[in-house]
Design a protein around this ligand. Structure first.
Ligand code: THU
Length: 131
């Protein structure tokens, strides 16, 4: 199964009663295994979590801390862009050139990278010199 198909499949499980905007995400670990996540909203709105965060949590829980590929899908007019927080979360476990496929349920896709999504990112090197 392709990574995008995995994201499409898990999107059905999204819990989005407030926004009605279901999102599915899948990441591939260096082992080749696929990890999936969907958005999980909450009546206390800020407590909701994004699909990308769920997929990353599944990967880390399985013992992997490096991802090689990302796919995200939603019923959006244009391929769904990850939020700022998810860009930082993806950058933690991927590289600048890690491929990211953004998709709509209508079949439109946009191919990008973690580096393009988050240029000038904050990384561990910026903490050099901390006292
Ligand atoms: N959402 C995601 O899960 N991932 C994204 O990349 C964009 C936004 C979710 C959060 C919330 O449940 C809903 O979409 C509307 O913002």
């Amino acid at each position: 199964m392709s990574l995008l198909d995995a994201a499409r499949e898990v999107r059905d499980a999204a819990y989005a009663p407030y926004s009605r905007f279901k999102v599915g995400a899948a990441v591939r670990g260096t082992s080749g295994r696929i990890y999936r996540g969907c958005n999980v909203e909450n009546v206390a709105y800020p407590e909701g979590t994004c699909a990308e965060a769920g997929a990353i949590a599944a990967m880390v829980a399985a013992g992997e801390t490096e991802l090689t590929e990302v796919a995200v899908i939603a019923a959006s007019p244009s391929p769904v862009p990850p939020c700022g927080g998810c860009r930082q979360k993806l950058a933690e476990f991927g590289r600048g050139d890690t491929p990211v496929t953004l998709a709509t349920t209508d079949g439109a896709t946009l191919h990008t990278t973690i580096g393009e999504l988050l240029p000038g990112r904050f990384d561990a090197g910026h903490m050099d010199g901390a006292e």
